[in-house]
Design a protein around this ligand. Sequence first.
Ligand code: PRX
Length: 647
Amino acid sequence: MINHDRLLTKFGVSMKFGDKYIPLEKFNKMREESLKNPEKFWGEQAKCLDWDKTWDKVLEWNPPYARWFVNGKLNASYNCVDRHIKGSRRNKAAIIWENENGDCRTLTYYELYREVNKFANVLQNLGVDKGDRVAIYLPMIPEAVIAMLACARIGAIHTVVFSGFSSDALAERINDAGAEVLITADILYRRGKKINLKNIVDKSLLDCPSINYVVYVHRDKDNDIKLKEGRDYLWDELMKGAKKYVKPVSVESNHPLFILYTSGTTGKPKGVVHSTGGYLVYVTKTMEWTWGINDMDVFWCTADIGWITGHSYVVYAPLSLGTTTVIYEGAIDYPNPGRIWEIIENHGVTILYTAPTAIRMLMKYGEEWVKSHDLSTLRMLGSVGEPINPKAWEWYYEVVGQKRCPIADCYWQTETGGHIIYPPLGIQNIPLKPGSATFPGIGIDADVVDENGNSLPPNKKGLLVIKNPWPGMLLGLWKNDVRYRKAYWERIKNCYCPSDYAIKDEDGYFWILGRADEVLNVAGHRIGTAELEHVLVSHPLVAEAAVIGKPDEIKGEVPVAFVIPRKEIDDKKEAKEQIIKYVRDTLGPVAAPTMIFFVNKLPKTRSGKIMRRVLKKLILGEDLGDLSTIEDNTSIEEIKNELSDFV
Ligand code: PRX
């Protein structure tokens, strides 16, 4: 059993956001209704969107496939822009963009509307039709949002690839999705440096036969972009001749809005497919329920649009609600550690939504950086991506939120579309426990169970499961039904299993304890150990590899690799650097191992499975536990010697 009492601090159940435990009538009542009669409940909630045609049925549930608002018709871009320009939000800022130099660009809803329409026409002119896939590989610039919404406007399915990913990762995603058009840029700016995206794209495109056209946002006007005739075009040039209005294509609610790739337990990323109607209803409502959005809000979610947090809470939910969303291109601590606070002050941000890894990093810089800025506009905070440790929670609450702003710790995944365990602060203030994402949300029937699916008593560690479908639930995995069933529905019968360990305490609070599969969480990013091992063994020096996550003060976890070399290595230091660089170039910097150990053997079971659990205990210097299934004990001694300098 995990003793989480130590996690309870003075901010525990008696904190000021709820005088005593269970003042939750309103939330409890809504939650009860949502579970008792989901069709009636979600049918009511779906009125938060403008529909072209009402659905025939709220939910068709053929486990494990949920189809929401069946035969209802709508358009996501209409809901995120058109409907706002008809009223008082027409000239309200939709997007406030800023970069590391302090350059700003604001797009009102009307301006966003114009750009989305024109770019939708650009896509049409490139032959993009309803259901076609468009890959977006762009930094955090307004064009990324415009491109996403333009796809949605014509019913095309976007697949955004994080701009920190390498050429191989980009090519793999383009090929899996079968994307026909790629929207990208010549460069991105980060930490004062120019990163040449075009070079990466050129390399990818050697291996992407489905791509017919590439559209480049030309940013570095001092340098020309070398375009391939008949394939490559410049964004600005295409926009010049574009029509000013494109009628939004009305799609059935379950028409895919996007595919987003995430890491799994095999070497290949999973293409998570989200719907239009169910997804948009779910992100819109969860944003409202989490923070109670109003028209004065300036919302800043620091996630990159390349991740689900960026899709749901930088783009779709804020814009559907007519909120102002802040987009920042660059590192939040560059050019100085006060950058993030400066942006909040500059734009009067009212809600900040960021990740524990960022909070821990900012905490290290010291509170002076925070205190020298006026953060009085902040009214609420959010945390996402990994469990937040109480020390970081307290700092976030006291120093950043000045003990005034409750923190919504939101647990969810790429697959869930939106928050699933989170405090419903928009409905009512509730007591928060630092480190707990509080309760399963409205419409979410969650539990903690053992491997056989039996519900566990309070404070027993088990697997988190969701027992019912919800509108933000993925439609499936792109062209991979078998994997969809296997990855989420086979571990625990009749339940969606997110593969996270959790406990439920005696007050009903859920505590997420980390991954229950071979997936690492590095600075809030999911990295599959199998994916990483697959890349490692493709390096000429590597015969076999095993990757584990080592706890890290800032990033939560960092990848560490144990490698059996193909041949005797003379210069180990150089070989390690070479391999790390190779992973960086192949998978992207987030996946690069921080340490590599060369060994002759890896601990394996008699059936040949690598015992990563043992490697992890070795690196932590912990007791190794039961070793009865190990094939060869000598591997342990050798690794112990290799590690002796580090443990
Ligand atoms: O392990 C959980 C962790 O991040 C995983 C989902 O990663 P991804 O699909 O990339 O989405 C990240 C942003 C939603 C989960 O399975 N995780 C996410 N949020 C939390 C969390 N763990 C604990 N507390 C959270 N608030």
